[in-house]
Design a protein around this ligand. Structure first.
Ligand SMILES: Cc1cc2nc3c(=O)[nH]c(=O)nc-3n(C[C@H](O)[C@H](O)[C@H](O)COP(=O)(O)OP(=O)(O)OC[C@H]3O[C@@H](n4cnc5c(N)ncnc54)[C@H](O)[C@@H]3O)c2cc1C
Length: 407
């Protein structure tokens, strides 16, 4: 039985400091440039790949850290460096998790390494679920996958949107409807291998923040993928659909298994938000100590010092919620009160608020692109939107508290 501790062990501290070094020395100095260019920072991803920070091995190691703190610690440091560049580095992980969660061992072994490529030829991957008319309401998804039995192929048609790395990815993971009668229970995930005809990039979005991360529509027109690209395989899908049909006929409501996955993955987004919030807080603290007005550092005014006290307290509280949920996921605890959603809700709202306070503390300088807090504030706005908006997190928490099924 592991003893309760809130201290990172020696190995974790070593890894954290190593990531921090990369974030401080490579990511932070490049952040403003890639934000302005609004392009994927391939050279930075390559640097990360060279030292093993962009690799399947590294993320697998963190993912299987028995304390659960490997991933949140990694996310916090990378997003402390820069959120846009960090998302370009960890975006592939979203697609990898899609395969890990639903794929067979053979599928995992075949596709996940291809998603990362290698240090001499880095690749990225995309996870495509959201659609123009299916954002928070995933069940209204329209992209269809139809099985062509004669050829043992699946044919995909539809338009995905907001896909991180969409269109520039080597491997796309696409969620599609296989049985429209079953709502979200009638969805399945597919691998679209590199260079498959019919998959193209639609519009690339010009964004408010995390601008170094590529976000685009993905258009699927008669995209044919071999039968073995259905994640989990046909037999498992047929069994799952048969069970869902039986339950639907019996009027039984099926608990959505995907929700448990979300509870386990949302703390990682919370950790990203903690990283951005901490970066802005540190900038504000340093500025408040050195900027003098009325003959003394502005931190000597209680009005400024109290703001910093609140910022720091909220960040630490957010990290504790993230660590609790990550530990629960790693140790197989049930998220009875939607603790994963709680951590994401609180950390993302904290990042928005703390980065706004940082701008205020830096005064006119905070409002310019000469200082990083302006960018951090724009970046922070994403955390309350993706992986479920703050309203959806509240909905999930409220349902859990009320004892209602989480949908
Ligand atoms: C930069 C970026 C990257 C992304 N990356 C990916 C990706 O890689 N893959 C992917 O599949 N998706 C991705 N997304 C999509 C993201 O997950 C969705 O934007 C998000 O789920 C919200 O959906 P929506 O934008 O359609 O908003 P909507 O669902 O239309 O929501 C609009 C507003 O209505 C509110 N609302 C909706 N329903 C309710 C309700 N029942 N109660 C109260 N309020 C409600 C929402 O909270 C929100 O404030 C990304 C998005 C962005 C912006």
């Amino acid at each position: 039985m592991a003893e309760f501790t809130m201290e990172l062990n020696d190995e974790q501290r070593e890894v954290r400091d190593w990531i921090h070094g990369f974030a401080a020395d490579v990511m932070r100095p490049a952040a403003a440039e890639w934000d302005e260019r609004e392009e994927t920072p391939w050279p930075v991803i390559q640097e990360a790949a060279k030292i093993g920070l962009y690799s399947l091995d590294f993320y697998a190691q963190q993912f299987f850290d028995p304390t659960g703190l490997g991933i949140p610690m990694t996310m916090e440091e990378l997003f402390w460096g820069d959120a846009g560049i960090a998302l370009s580095i960890v975006g592939t992980g979203l697609a990898a998790v899609g395969v890990l969660a639903n794929g067979t061992e053979e599928q995992i072994g075949t596709w996940v390494p291809q998603m990362y490529g290698d240090a001499d030829d880095v690749k990225v991957a995309a996870f495509c679920s959201s659609e123009p008319d299916a954002g928070s309401d995933v069940a209204s998804m329209r992209t269809r996958a139809v099985y062509d039995e004669a050829k043992d192929e699946w044919v995909l048609n539809g338009t995905k949107t907001w896909a991180t790395n969409g269109g520039i990815a080597h491997v796309h993971v696409v969620v599609a409807v296989v049985d429209p009668e079953l709502g979200s229970k009638g969805h399945a995930s597919f691998i679209v291998p590199p260079h498959t005809p019919g998959l193209s990039q639609g519009q690339k979005f010009k964004k408010h923040g995390i601008r170094a991360s590529h976000t685009a529509e993905v258009v699927l027109e008669d995209v044919r993928v071999p039968g073995h690209c259905l994640l989990g395989g046909k037999e498992k899908l047929d069994e799952r659909l048969a069970r869902a049909r039986e339950r639907a006929q019996g009027g039984e409501r099926v608990r959505n298994a995907a929700m448990a996955t979300f509870e386990a993955s949302r703390p990682a987004v919370g950790a990203m938000a903690v990283g951005t919030a901490r970066a802005a807080y540190e900038e504000a603290l340093e500025y408040a100590r050195t900027r003098e007005q009325f003959g003394r550092p502005i931190i000597d005014n209680q009005g400024v010092a109290f703001q910093l006290a609140d910022m720091r307290t909220r960040i630490d509280a957010a990290r504790l919620l993230v660590w609790r949920a990550s530990w629960m996921a790693a140790t197989g605890k049930k998220f009875e009160h939607a603790e994963g959603s709680m951590s994401k809700l609180f950390a993302s709202e904290t990042a928005k608020e703390v980065t706004a306070q940082a701008i205020q503390i830096l005064g006119g300088n905070g409002f310019t692109r000469e200082y990083p807090v302006e960018r951090m504030h724009r970046d922070a706005a994403i955390y309350t939107i993706f992986e479920g908006t703050s309203e959806i997190q509240r909905l999930v928490i409220a349902r859990a508290l009320a004892g209602m099924p989480i949908r």
